[in-house]
Design a protein around this ligand. Structure first.
Ligand code: HMG
Ligand code: MG
Length: 298
């Protein structure tokens, strides 16, 4: 059967906005985060402490962290690629970090300018420093169902990288279908390969919806027993180093599906959809979420 309850990791403020062509004002990012938490989101990717030359959209990371109202019990995770990012995140008061690498060598190089092995070596001291000060570490593996440069990716490679991140101390590893090419059989195979190496409770899925497969892929993962799902309000997002990648699956669509299945998320769909329209209006286009558009039309 399906899990009774799942954790939704809202990626909109980070994955969603990192790829915007224009500058999104810090005040809009902060209001987005506050509205998401008001709607019942308890786990969110708040911003990233990566190089502003690589991702200018996240250059206001410290301001975002300073301006949000940090409410108790909410996981405000920030993405960091190296020690420099970790130190900046700590200075900004982060209590939880996200680290990232890939199951594809070519993508790893494009995204972080190093090999997979080098990225793991770069992340090791980050994990050690985080754990030493009680900072929680979540991890991401990109290209788990295909790579824009290499095509097919073996589930065994995904499992190897996932196991390495868990061994370093990540309490959960999100399997990223970065370019949304996965279909349910592929995502299931990647999850199962990982579950043979690390407990299923440590596995999450992070599906982009480029090919419209994300909800089906998530359902396949839920059926295997995954209970942690990444998504982004209004379907915002994409990775600037993954050509053609569109947004994450819309949180609105995931919550609608889970409500229908009787799986608890703690999120109020009505308020979430209002948030989806808030950020879409700020960006000057309708949400990518079918549910958000349908509910507004009602
Ligand atoms: P590099 O150029 O090899 O790094 O980039 P470096 O260590 O040689 O440093 C170069 C310059 O960047 C130096 O500045 C550093 O100080 C600075 P300079 O001396 O030239 O003035 N620098 C930094 N500045 C601020 N914060 C930092 C930082 N680090 C170095 N943390 C690096 C290597 C990893 C830094 C770079 O490649 C980078 O920032 N990459 C991040 C790319 C990114 O953010 N991608 C999107 C997020 S991942 C994603 O979306 C996928 C995910 O959603 C899952 C999925 O969908 O699959 C998570
Ligand atoms: Mg992503």
């Amino acid at each position: 059967g399906l899990p009774k309850q799942v954790t939704i990791w809202e990626a909109g403020p980070r994955d969603g906005l990192q790829n915007e062509p224009g500058t999104v004002p810090t005040a809009v990012k902060v209001e987005l985060i506050e509205r998401l938490v008001d709607a019942g989101v308890s786990h969110l990717e708040t911003t990233s402490f990566v190089s502003p030359k690589w991702v200018p959209q996240m250059a206001d990371n410290a301001q975002v962290m300073a301006q949000i109202r940090r409410r108790p019990g909410i996981h405000y995770q920030v993405l960091v690629p190296n020690m420099k990012g970790f130190e900046a995140a700590m200075a900004a008061g982060a209590e939880e970090i996200g680290i990232f690498t890939a199951a594809s060598e070519s993508f790893c190089r494009r995204n972080t300018n190093c090999s997979i092995a080098e990225s793991l070596e770069r992340l090791r001291p980050v994990c050690e420093a985080a754990l030493a000060r009680g900072v929680k570490v979540r991890a991401f593996v990109s290209c788990i169902a295909g790579c824009p440069f290499e095509g097919e990716i073996a589930p065994a490679k995904v499992a190897e990288v996932t196991a390495a991140l868990a061994a370093m101390g990540a309490y959960e590893v999100a399997l990223g279908d970065t370019i949304g090419v996965g279909t349910p059989g592929k995502v299931r195979a990647a999850v199962e390969a990982c579950a043979a190496q690390v407990p299923l409770e440590k596995i999450a899925v992070h599906c982009h919806d480029t090919y419209g497969q994300a909800l089906a892929n998530i359902l396949a993962a839920l059926e295997v027993g995954v209970a942690s799902i990444d998504s982004s309000v209004g379907g915002l997002g994409g990775c600037p180093y993954a050509p053609g990648a569109t947004g994450n699956v819309a949180t609105d669509d995931v919550v609608y599906m889970l409500d229908g299945l009787g799986v608890e998320t703690g999120i109020d769909l009505e308020k979430l959809v209002q948030t989806s329209w808030f950020i879409s209006d700020a960006l000057g286009r309708p949400p990518a979420s079918n549910v958000a558009r349908a509910m507004k039309a009602k």
